[in-house]
Design a protein around this ligand. Structure first.
Ligand code: ACO
Length: 320
């Protein structure tokens, strides 16, 4: 059996922060941010946690799928900004939505988290172990952002997206995942540094650091490369693909991927302008936007592609 999206849901904090507002805290401008990234505004939490955003997105996905939380066998939550070391945010969400029959755990694959979660579930479905799953990408990146660093703080936003997956005859056709740990330092955020009675220091919390140009180079190579692998090994022509649903990191990365694939920009929907880069949440936020606009019909073939810290990357060829 294959993993099929039975319902999708998304949720982002209400508070909108515009580029002009950011130009009041760091030396930047609306023109710079728009032209280099495609971002106009982002949502920033003033109180809601990663698990709060995740639980609301999950409730909406369950409603859209017509599935009761007690029917869920498994919950996987991808995040790079969890609320706790433990319990996992997935376990917290399990309690918040009353999914008492599910096993729940988080995964750490940064912006590829939603794709990794989908692929893990697909594997369980193929093995006949589970039938109904909830996958979530949820982030409060604002808490790991260095708000004095104009090179990163203009890029990110908070939000969550979720999908209910059911084991059916159609759905995920093929998928791939990869990682390259040697590239870890180009995009990182330490948790607590070591500190104890022997070192005589207190643990400190880290903030996100990024070599933007290296990430850019990595993305414009890996995204089209993984899409081409899926097309070639499934003998699918580009014409058969209705949309490419790419992680929303930067409009220029999406444009570069479209150019390399020789596909028109109309096949690359985007939400980056209103949410910024929401890491693991960006793909389900985009899918939710597409579903709300009625852009997807049963039988449509789409490719999802994500990449992120690790470095990690993943792609899915699926039928809607
Ligand atoms: N406002 C104004 N100027 C800025 C800003 C800003 N917010 N940020 C950087 N600059 C300046 C730099 O200081 C530099 O000035 P200098 O030439 O005087 O030194 C100049 O702008 C150019 O900086 P670059 O870093 O070369 O700018 P670039 O065109 O590469 O754009 C960006 C930077 C947007 C970060 C780009 O590299 C990028 O998008 N990289 C990919 C990053 C990404 O997608 N990250 C997501 C990571 S998480 C994930 O989803 C995987």
């Amino acid at each position: 059996m294959k993993a099929r999206i039975a319902g999708i849901g998304a949720y982002a904090p209400e508070r909108v922060v515009t580029n002009d507002q950011l130009s009041e805290i760091v030396d930047t401008s609306d023109e710079w941010i728009r032209s280099r990234t495609g971002i106009s505004e982002r949502r920033i939490s003033t109180g809601e946690t990663t698990r709060d955003l995740a639980a609301e997105a999950a409730r909406r996905a369950l409603k859209a799928a017509g599935v009761d939380a007690r029917e869920l066998d498994i919950i996987i939550l991808g995040t790079s900004s969890p609320d706790n070391n433990y319990p996992s945010d997935a376990c917290s969400v399990q309690a918040m939505i009353g999914a008492e029959n599910a096993v729940a755990f988080d995964i750490s694959a940064a912006c590829a988290g939603f794709i990794f979660a989908m692929n893990i579930v697909h594997g369980f479905f193929q093995a006949g172990i589970y039938k109904t799953a909830l996958i979530i990408g949820a982030e409060t990146l604002s808490k790991v952002t260095d708000w004095t660093d104009r090179g990163t703080c203009v890029l990110f936003g908070d939000g969550a997206g979720a999908a209910v997956l059911k084991a059916e005859e159609t759905g995920v056709e093929d998928m791939l995942m990869g990682s390259d740990g040697t590239k870890g330092p180009i995009l990182s955020c330490t948790s607590r540094t070591l500190g104890n009675f022997l070192t005589g220091t207190k643990p400190e919390l880290g903030l996100m650091t990024m070599d933007g140009q290296e990430v850019f180079r990595f993305a414009v190579k890996k995204v089209p490369e993984s899409i081409e692998i899926l097309l070639e090994r499934n003998h699918i022509s580009r014409e058969e693909i209705k949309y490419y649903v790419l992680h929303q990191a930067n409009e220029r990365i999406v444009e570069a991927a479209a150019r390399r694939l020789k596909e028109p920009m109309e096949k690359f929907p985007m939400t980056i302008s209103k949410y910024g880069n929401t890491s693991s949440a960006s793909i389900p936020l985009l899918l939710n936007d597409m579903a709300e606009k009625n852009m997807l019909q049963p039988g449509d073939k789409i490719i999802l592609s994500g990449f992120g810290a690790g470095m990690t990357w993943g792609a899915v060829l699926m039928e809607w």
